[in-house]
Design a protein around this ligand. Structure first.
Ligand code: PEP
Ligand code: MG
Length: 881
């Protein structure tokens, strides 16, 4: 097998289509080289080798050594330099590059090929000894950290001391001799910590770095990132070896990061940062504060240091032309890394840029309007789950703000929470249910779990393309970065003379960069503009309807604003928990006989009826699936003596009798016990009351508004046709009684949930008794997998980590298992009753991957909780594309 692919100098062994094999970075370097852009020559060791590397016990077969030698020869040929040549050495970078970009997650080594001999050659040919020794010390530092895994703090300390001793403030104050002295010190630190001298053989250096980069695929932080982003561990990473170009060769050199459009707001304007006389990682790491790319951005920010447009107008012009070319070529917003070496522009990377949901929408809608992409493509490009970011509240512009300081608006959205200063603390506090804001001097890939756990992120250092900013935007967390006036000490942050301690509440606004003391009130966003436009396009494409799971008028209103086309699941038991009614519910449960139960149900009837009236008023004209009582009765039982006392008063029974009755209701496995339609079968008067309440409410609303709601009465946990027949008879009888009483008829349906494997298997005959099926995939997952939905969290993470299930099957449908039952039930139900209505109302109804499956089996609608309705609308459109 061939593992090495070359690029640069007129050669491109691969292209943009080879992402799986070459990783995103490698494939795009090939592509850029093939369209004639200035790419330093190099080669990619493919992702296919990553698996081999681990299979071989982290060793390299001889064939790979031969291929790498050919790759090095290619770079030597193009550059005219030789690897390890003491007179004019070739230096290379070694970087990871997976299929999906994992910013900052894996390792990089720069300036590789320097040793005690080649450093002199570099000084000679560059004419800059200071640059050569600085490069060497950077290389030792990076190599020791990444490859030798030595404590990097020791190197940083040594540098700090070296500067202090000489009374310097900046790294740029260090002279050639100073750097040379530091190199000696670094070498002795390596010897001390590693027990061996720093490797001088450039080939040993290269293989060490290649091994480390492949090895970083299995680092803890890479694993966490993959888990959070659903990246399979089998994908592996590629390794890119590329000729170095230097942005730190004086004032005609620079390095930068840019986006072809604004990744935070989506505006069609170049966006980026650069640093003169600096090397790649300096921009991202937030060590020096970078400068703006464009004059307009600098002026808008009221910043002093010249933009690239002003400082290097010629190269800037070249760069802008490359931006336009790349955006047209890839037909998407690009995230670009470049270096200018002594006035010459080099492209180091391009990829589709990560962006906020707001920017994603704007860019997709704009590009479709510009004719760069089609509307279908615009729809396909939005990650439905990311819409979540837009549906949540923003700061009330009228609310008072106690502004502490202002940083950069790095990732939009507002968040309030208690401040914490470490990622671990963020994770702990969030697990305990606290909203937290993670406050750091700057973030690094080790902080990723804490950033994920936090509501928002605030950093004192770093620009708009710093690690914190990039990762926060990708995660959809609000972020304010580079709040330079913050000083962070142990357990406290200070701004001027004000102090905020760990645990105190602050608010950040990632859209303005403001940091405020206390919690600031928020308001609901309006779903207009680009959001409205894209949703309209999506609605024009989708086939499935989108309903909502809701049981309060407020939720129903929210869902309608978000575009719900009916109720897919109204869980009536939620109405039973209401504090004002619970005593009547308890009276009903604890009654000795039907007469006692009916007496209690009489009290509940008007309450249920008024609930339904309110809901039907909001949903007028739309289908409303109302499910009759489902959970085991003992869930409503009293616990405290006072509660028993109240029920005693209401029923006239004594407390001891009531307690005995409550004890009798205990079940060992209530999820498989006396619940669902089993309650209706044993106590039909409960379902009769609920059905009456539904039909009386429907008649009342029809009377008042002239437009009738369409109730779809749903029987839960059916396993057999006979159960459904019996329950349908109860509902039909109640309906007839109400219609006779009110002198009007209402159109309605009776159907069932399919949430037990037996129901799925016998769907053919169950469809004879019911007009619709709604797949209750929560229970269907529980019963098909034999995994308790309430206890699964404890072990399911290990199951996902070990690849037993690709995703939590309670979040994303187990298509192979549970999905097969859904498919079969849909087919059998349709064979019996071709016009049968089919929907899904389990949690999966709001999950994009599951929605795609629902489309593939031809369901009529999905039902999702109110805030997921827009996600479902978009996902349903994508599924239909
Ligand atoms: C289901 O089981 O999928 C369902 C929607 O019902 P519940 O979650 O109320 O059991
Ligand atoms: Mg259920």
């Amino acid at each position: 097998t061939k593992y090495v692919y070359r690029f640069g100098g007129g050669v491109s062994d691969g292209g943009r289509g080879d992402k799986n094999l070459l990783g995103g970075k490698g494939a795009n370097l090939d592509e850029m080289a093939s369209i004639g852009l200035p790419v330093p020559p190099g080669f990619t060791i493919s992702t296919a080798f990553c698996a081999v590397y681990y299979d071989e016990g982290r060793a390299f077969p001889p064939s790979l050594r031969d291929e790498v030698a050919t790759g090095i020869a290619h770079i030597e040929g193009v550059t005219g330099k030789r690897f390890g040549d003491a007179a004019d050495p070739l230096l290379v970078s070694v970087r990871s590059g997976a299929r999906a970009s994992m910013p900052g997650m894996m390792d990089t080594v720069l300036n590789l090929g320097l040793n005690d001999a080649t450093v002199a050659g570099l000084a000679q040919v560059s004419g800059d000894a200071r640059f050569a020794w600085d490069s060497y010390r950077r290389f030792i530092q990076m190599y020791s950290d990444v490859v030798l895994e030595l404590d990097h703090a020791r190197f940083e300390e040594a540098l700090e001391i070296a500067k202090e001793d000489r009374g310097y403030y900046l790294d740029t104050d260090m002279s050639a001799a100073d750097w040379q002295g530091l190199v000696d010190e670094y070498k002795s630190i390596v010897a001390e910590l590693w027990g061996r001298p720093f490797p001088q053989d450039v080939h040993d250096q290269l293989w060490g770095a290649i091994g480390a980069v492949f090895g970083s695929w299995q680092s803890d932080r890479a694993k966490v990132y993959r888990r959070l982003n659903d990246i399979p561990s089998e994908w592996g990473t590629a390794v890119n070896v590329q000729a170095m170009v230097f942005g730190n060769m004086g004032d005609t050199s620079a390095t930068g990061v840019a986006f072809t459009r604004d990744p935070a707001k989506g505006d069609n304007a170049y966006y980026g940062e650069f640093l003169i006389n600096a090397q790649g990682e300096d921009v991202v790491a937030g060590i020096r504060t970078p400068q703006y790319l464009t004059k307009a951005a600098r002026e808008a920010a009221n910043a002093k240091p010249a933009s690239m447009e002003e400082a290097m107008p010629e190269v800037y012009g070249e760069l802008a032309a490359v931006f336009d070319l790349l955006e047209r070529h890839y037909r998407d917003m690009q995230d670009i890394e470049f270096t200018v070496q002594q006035g010459k522009l080099w492209m180091l990377q391009t990829r589709s840029g990560k962006r906020t949901a707001k920017a994603a929408l704007k860019i997709a809608v704009d590009m479709a309007s510009e004719g760069l992409i089609t509307r279908e493509e615009a729809i396909a490009r939005i990650d439905p789950a990311a819409l979540d970011q837009l549906l949540h509240p923003t700061l009330d512009p009228k609310a008072a703000r106690d502004v502490l300081t202002k940083g950069l608006p790095a990732s939009p959205g507002a968040a309030s929470g208690r401040i914490v200063f470490t990622a671990d603390e963020a994770e702990r506090a969030a697990a305990g249910g606290d909203d937290v804001i993670l406050v750091r001097v700057e973030t690094s890939p080790e902080d990723i779990h804490g950033m994920h756990a936090a509501r928002g992120i605030l950093t004192a250092r770093g620009g708009m393309t710093s690690h914190a900013a990039v990762v926060a935007r990708g995660m959809g967390r609000p972020c304010v970065s580079g709040a330079g006036s913050l000083s962070i000490g142990k357990g406290v942050m200070r701004v001027g003379d004000r102090e905020v301690k760990a645990g105190e509440i602050i608010t950040i606004d990632g859209s303005t960069g403001e940091v405020m003391a206390g919690a600031v009130p928020t308001i609901q966003p309006e779903l207009v503009g680009d959001f409205g436009t894209l949703m309209e396009w999506a609605d024009g494409i989708r086939r499935m309807k989108v309903r909502t799971n809701a049981e309060t008028p407020q939720d129903c209103r929210t869902a309608r604003e978000f575009g719900a086309e009916g109720i897919g699941l109204c869980r009536t038991e939620h109405m039973f928990f209401d504090a004002a009614r619970i005593t009547s519910v308890r009276q009903m449960i604890l009654a000795n006989d039907e007469t006692g139960r009916r007496a209690a149900l009489e009290k509940l009837l008007p309450e249920q009826r008024s609930d339904f009236v309110e809901i039907f008023e909001v949903m007028v004209g739309l289908p409303c699936t109302i499910r009759l009582l489902d959970p085991p009765l003992h869930e409503f039982l009293p616990h405290e003596d006072a509660e028993f006392g109240e029920v005693a008063k209401a029923t006239g029974l004594d407390v001891d009798t009531l307690k005995r009755r409550a004890a009798e209701l205990h079940e060992f496995n209530p999820m498989l016990g006396h619940r669902g339609c089993r309650l209706g079968v044993t106590y039909p008067e409960i379902y009769e009351m609920q059905a009456r309440a539904i039909f009386e409410a429907a008649c009342e609303v029809a009377e008042k508004s002239g437009a009738a709601p369409v109730p779809e009465v749903m029987i839960p946990l059916v396993g057999t046709k006979r159960e459904l027949e019996l329950m349908k008879a109860v509902v039909d009888a109640a309906a007839e009684a109400v219609f006779a009483d009110k002198g009007r008829r209402i159109e309605y349906l009776v159907g069932t949930m399919i949430e037990l494997p037996r129901a799925a298997l016998r769907a053919g005959e169950i469809a004879e008794a019911g007009a619709f099926f709604s797949f209750g995939t929560n229970d269907l997952t529980q019963t098909t997998l034999g995994v308790s939905r309430d206890d699964a969290a404890r072990f399911l993470t290990s199951y996902v980590e070990q690849g037993i299930y690709a995703k939590d099957p309670f979040v994303s449908l187990d298509v192979d298992g549970v999905g097969e039952l859904v498919k079969l039930a849909a087919e059998r139900g349709r064979a019996t009753r071709p016009e049968i209505k089919l929907g899904i109302c389990g949690e999966h109804g709001g999950d994009p991957a599951s929605i795609a499956f629902c489309e593939s089996v031809g369901l009529d609608y999905v039902s999702a909780s109110p805030y997921r309705v827009p996600i479902a609308r978009l996902a349903a459109a994508q599924a239909a594309l």
